[in-house]
Design a protein around this ligand. Structure first.
Ligand code: NDP
Ligand code: 2IT
Length: 446
């Protein structure tokens, strides 16, 4: 390891003990940025890297609520306000039993670079709770959301901090959170994104991350004269991102052969067509069941406790969670002929897996570039809220498409190596950094 990275990481680890995912996210960025900062000493003198890795504010709070049996339950709530140099804090809320400070700090840190890449004026933040929505009734989820917002409301605002969805937070939860915010503040504002279409939401926001990651894959493929037409695609996850990536890949002529949840994955060599995707959407969004039922319904194979990376594919889209592709998985994917990885999830590949991709010089689009379509469209929702004018589906989709193309261009600009290989990791890290760093310098030591 570069001794400068090693020294920087020793400081990060001693200041943030035990936060492994945060260390991982910071180290990846430091490896791209430290050589760049050496060439651009103004960033070094202003200690931008040291400052950017320290949250502006970290809020941790108790979330008590009553379950359906009348028993008191206690969860922990968080909001990490990472960086507001280029706009209000912006980023999702995650509800999952694994949530802790280190995971949310990694997500908030990546969000700063991602949001900058979108070209829209949004700072970075992330929040959530260790609450597990699985197996909870709608009423329990509502009471949790109301309690969570009863503390969060005093820290957020349409010009301050604008949360949205992430794992475990979709339209239902945003509705409960928005209702409670409005009641407490007596204000109808764009304080959350991912709202319902009847009450301030944007068309295409539900689709945006999955569509965006597919548009990004298209851009990467086009650098090698390729397209999605006729390609076999392995997708993990069966939630928001996975569903709409499956839809868009299929529309563009690709064949998606896998879908997964935390229990296992299904392999459908015929491809998950529109009708089968409807089944998944009903299963996951309404009935809240397990992906295993797909295999029972359509008579294909189900692999309990496994991830889909053994399956032969041209393109892989990890759309579930962090560190879901390890070194062995990466090697298997490449051995089986995979030429492109487009990350819908945040940090789904371990550092060792990324090394495998870069060594093989395949097309690798890291999450902070490839999945930025979700937050970009949240930015478009904020614009529409400010104007009090909604845009059509076509207008939002075309803006999303252009933003993904622009992010790709930024990655090419900052990531192209001497031999012509595009290192999208460096491209996204440096491309996302420059605007935030310049804004921080302009605003003084704050
Ligand atoms: P959802 O909650 O809608 O879906 C998550 C999916 O991933 C589910 O299929 C879930 O399975 C699976 N999953 C979650 N945790 C694990 C785990 N520990 N192991 C295996 N599978 C798991 O979330 P989203 O689709 O919104 O988010 C997916 C990823 O995309 C996350 O990394 C998120 O941060 C990222 N992302 C989301 C954006 C958005 O706009 N929503 C924007 C950009 C990135 P199960 O149902 O069994 O839990
Ligand atoms: O990781 C992400 O970019 C998101 N979960 C979306 C955040 C947002 O504010 O739309």
């Amino acid at each position: 390891m570069d001794p400068r990275v090693q020294q920087f990481m020793a400081m990060i680890k001693s200041r943030n003990p035990g936060e492994n995912e945060f260390h991982q996210a910071v180290q990846e960025v430091a490896e791209s940025l430290i050589p760049f900062i050496e060439e651009n000493p103004k960033y070094k003198h202003a200690k931008i890297l040291e400052r950017i890795a320290e949250p502006e504010r970290t809020i941790i709070f108790r979330v008590p609520w009553l379950d359906d049996k009348g028993e008191v339950q206690i969860n922990r709530g968080f909001r990490i306000e990472m960086n507001s140099a280029i706009g209000p804090y912006k980023g999702g809320l995650r509800l999952h039993p694994t949530v802790n400070l280190g995971i949310l700090k990694f997500l908030a840190f990546e969000q700063v670079f991602k949001n900058s890449l979108t070209t829209l004026p949004m700072g970075g933040g992330k929040g959530g709770s260790d609450f597990d929505p699985k197996g909870k009734s709608d009423n329990e989820v509502m009471r949790f959301c109301q309690s969570f917002m009863s503390e969060l409301f005093r820290h957020i605002g349409a010009d301050t901090d604008v949360p949205a969805g992430d794992i475990g937070v979709g339209g239902r939860e945003i509705g409960f959170l928005f209702g409670q915010y409005k009641r407490l503040k007596n204000e109808f504002t764009g304080v959350l994104t991912g709202k319902g279409i009847e009450w301030g939401g944007s068309l295409i926001r539900p689709e945006a991350t999955g569509y965006g990651v597919t548009y990004f894959a298209q851009e990467m493929l086009s650098t090698r004269g390729l397209s999605l037409q006729g390609k076999t695609v392995c997708i993990s996850g069966s939630g928001n991102v996975a569903q709409y990536a499956t839809e868009k890949v299929t529309q563009l002529g690709g064949k998606v052969v896998t879908s997964s949840d935390s229990n296992g994955f299904i392999y459908d060599p015929q491809g998950i067509d529109a009708e089968k995707l409807n089944f998944i959407m009903d299963l996951k969004n309404i009935r809240r069941g397990r992906i295993k039922e797909y295999a029972e319904k359509f008579g294909c194979e189900y692999f309990e406790g496994k991830r889909p990376w053994d399956i032969k594919c041209d393109i892989a889209m990890p759309n579930a969670t962090q560190n879901e592709i390890n070194e062995e998985d990466a090697k298997k994917l490449i051995r089986n002929g995979c030429i492109c990885i487009a990350e819908g999830a945040n940090m789904p590949s371990t550092p060792e897996a990324i090394e495998v991709y870069l060594k093989a010089e395949i097309l690798y689009g890291p999450g902070k570039a490839a999945n930025a379509g979700g937050v970009a469209t949240s930015g478009l929702e904020m614009t529409q809220n400010s104007m009090r004018l909604p845009w059509s589906r076509e207008e939002v989709d075309s803006k999303l498409h252009t933003i993904m193309q622009n992010i790709h261009t930024t990655c090419v600009r900052y990531g192209t190596k001497e031999n012509g290989f595009i290192n999208y990791v460096d491209g996204a890290n440096i491309g996302g950094f420059v605007k935030v760093a310049n804004a921080m310098i302009a605003q003084g030591v704050v």
